[in-house]
Design a protein around this ligand. Structure first.
Ligand SMILES: [Zn+2]
Length: 290
């Protein structure tokens, strides 16, 4: 498979980029590539680029892997690019294509949770505005604070201008039957927002829920054990023990939701992300000239 697939309409218009397979085992983005390659929709104007981010991990001899060396979605910083690592070289190779894009949709899926959501950085208000428009398809938007425990992801990178909207869609479980459908629906909405495909006939009115990350938890001991199965946005009350890090109880400091959990086993592994609801009227949303 090649890395960059380009589709151009006969009429000039915006350039947009869609990132798939940043994690090589999150294959729902392939539905988008297939739909574009099979011309399942008419591109009315502009230029669409679908970028296969970590083809090596997807094509790994042992089957699709999340990553081979470093987690590619923790390497989107100037410091990470200085490292002698394959992921850094791949990021450098795709940066020019992302730089030319007016907006970026980054397609992912989750190991355990099956409640889709959109993820944006609070440092990029135009990403929040774009996510709100995509909320007709995925009505949950998580606004993330800058990372302090992990490396920088694409959606929050300083390697691209701050006014470029970048939205992650977490489509559901890796193998979930609905994940490819959701990836495709989000993608088509993304194109229609940019006037690149005909708008859908009718889009149900949905109110979008906004959340803010309250903390991301890494293991100190391991392994992670949850108090109960969690499907995504599971409410926990202040003082509740929602899991254990080895023998250490994980106790909620406030009423919040467990956004997602990972199969974390050893000290240093990323384990959990907690979010709290925020009222929509507290979100600052610039007008987007789409
Ligand atoms: Zn991912």
């Amino acid at each position: 498979m090649q890395d960059v697939f380009e589709f151009s309409a006969p009429t000039a218009g915006p350039t947009v980029a869609v990132s798939i397979l940043m994690h090589g085992d999150e294959t729902c983005g392939l539905a988008v590539l297939k739909a574009a390659s099979d011309q399942k929709f008419a591109l009315l104007r502009g230029r669409l680029r679908i970028i296969v981010m970590n083809r090596a991990a997807y094509e790994s001899a042992r089957g699709p892997a999340r990553h081979l060396g470093n987690d590619m979605n923790r390497c989107w910083s100037g410091r990470a690019l200085m490292e002698d690592a394959d992921e850094a070289r791949r990021i450098e190779a795709v940066l020019p294509f992302l730089s030319e894009a007016d907006a970026i949709l980054d397609i992912h899926s989750m190991p355990a949770q099956d409640t889709p959501f959109l993820l944006v950085s609070e440092t990029r208000p135009r990403s929040v505005a774009l996510a709100a428009k995509l909320g007709a398809v995925v009505p949950r938007v998580v606004v993330a604070l800058p990372p302090n425990l992990r490396g920088t992801a694409l959606f929050e990178t300083g390697l691209l201008p701050q006014d470029k909207p970048i939205v992650v869609v977490e489509c559901g479980q890796h193998e979930g039957v609905h994940s490819p459908e959701l990836a495709l629906a989000t993608f088509l909405r993304f194109l229609s927002i940019h006037g690149m495909v005909a708008p859908p006939d009718a889009l149900r009115e949905t109110s979008v829920e906004f959340y803010q990350t309250s903390c991301e938890i890494k293991l100190e001991q391991g392994p992670l054990k949850l108090a109960r199965p969690m499907l995504g946005f599971d409410p926990v009350n202040a003082g509740e023990t929602y899991g254990w890090d080895g023998s250490r109880p994980l106790i909620a400091e406030e009423d919040c939701r467990v956004l997602l959990t990972r199969s974390a086993k050893k000290p240093g592994d990323e384990a959990l992300t907690l979010v709290r609801p925020i009222p929509g009227d507290r979100i600052s949303m610039p007008h987007l000239p789409f």
